[in-house]
Write a protein that binds this ligand. Structure first.
Ligand code: UDP
Ligand code: MG
Length: 314
């Protein structure tokens, strides 16, 4: 594992996952640097280039040559935001680590507030929460469905939660020590149970470009997050099976009764319903099992979560 946080002389590391952010990243880094220089004397910023195909990496390399506080990691391809966050955490050297987006939607002005809460010693996690929901209608609907599903299956209330959060070194080390491959940053930090404080912020517009999350990607994230976090769906399938059996028993009794009393064959409709309901329930059950099997398969392979191609430092 490429962990290199010996020493820990830095007070704060800001981890920024970035995928195809060429149009906004420099503006963002300028804003961030201005805020950080005001509120912290000893900080570093790690930008993790998650397989960008535009010029993000070249910009980062140029910027890093004259900014000692800036460090860049580059993945061989797009491994996803979760992997990028993990890569940043592994290379962080700060006593506190803030994770934030590269697109300007997580306002840098909030950094001093997060830092203040942590410095006062009242919390090991300071989580920034959205004041209002997502900006576009599709992302509103997507986020709503994602949060509802997550709440139903994992009991986690992620409404208004974001990945914008400060973690104390203890929390970071705890997360890094998890042996599992599949990670869901937002959920995992809540799961650790460390003292958490919430601060609110208004989501800004992107500096440039558009959101990378399609409905398909969010669905995949939800399946990964749910199967990684909770075994509840397996239990639900079990209870569905029990309910199905009870209904089947009633139907058997009814069928036998009709046979014995010589009532004419009743019901093509009921037969069709039974076949359809039980057929689809079977498929659903197999699907749920399949999702867990896929999760176990991924874990058992034990492949790295990402592969580094380059860094701006040695
Ligand atoms: N991102 C990433 N890898 C990806 C997708 C996104 O590192 O595969 C980064 C992206 O550059 C941004 C952050 O994750 O800094 C949030 O992405 P985005 O703005 O697309 O998501 P949203 O704000 O809609 O949640
Ligand atoms: Mg965004």
């Amino acid at each position: 594992m490429d962990v290199c946080n010996e020493g820990l002389k830095t007070e704060l590391t800001v981890v920024v996952p970035a995928h195809d952010e060429v149009r906004g990243i420099l503006v963002f880094l300028d804003q961030l640097h201005a805020v950080l220089s005001e509120c912290c004397t000893d900080f570093e910023v790690i930008v993790v280039d998650d397989g960008s195909r535009d010029g993000t990496w070249q910009l980062l390399c140029d910027a890093a040559t004259h900014s000692l506080w800036l460090r860049g990691l580059r993945f061989t391809r797009n491994f996803g935001k979760e992997a990028a966050i993990l890569g940043g955490l592994r290379h962080s050297r700060g006593q506190a680590v803030i994770v934030m987006d590269a697109d300007g939607q997580h306002p840098p002005e909030l950094v001093p507030v997060l830092l203040e809460q942590w410095r006062s010693g009242s919390a090991q996690i300071v989580a920034a929460q959205k004041k209002s929901g997502a900006i576009t209608l599709t992302s509103r609907i997507n986020t709503y469905l994602f949060n509802k599903t997550m709440h139903l299956f994992t009991g986690l209330d992620l409404k208004n939660a974001t990945d914008y959060r400060l973690l104390d070194r203890t929390v970071v080390d705890t997360l890094l020590a998890f042996p599992e491959n599949v990670r869901f940053f937002r959920g995992m930090t809540v799961w650790t149970g460390f003292t958490t404080k919430q601060v609110e912020f208004e989501v800004a517009n992107r500096i440039a470009g558009s959101s990378r999350w399609s409905t398909g990607q969010l669905t995949r994230l939800a399946i990964t997050a749910i199967t990684a976090y909770s075994a509840k769906p397996l239990g639900i399938v079990f209870w569905l099976g029990i309910a199905g059996m009870v209904i089947a028993l009633l139907l058997i009794v009814q069928a036998l009764y009709s046979r014995l009393t010589g009532i004419a064959v009743s019901g093509w409709t009921s037969l069709t319903i039974v076949i359809l309901v039980f057929g689809s329930a079977n498929l659903l059950g197999i699907g749920v099992l399949g999702a867990y099997l896929a999760q176990i398969f991924d874990e058992i392979k034990g492949r790295p979560e990402y592969i580094l191609k380059d860094t701006t430092f040695v």
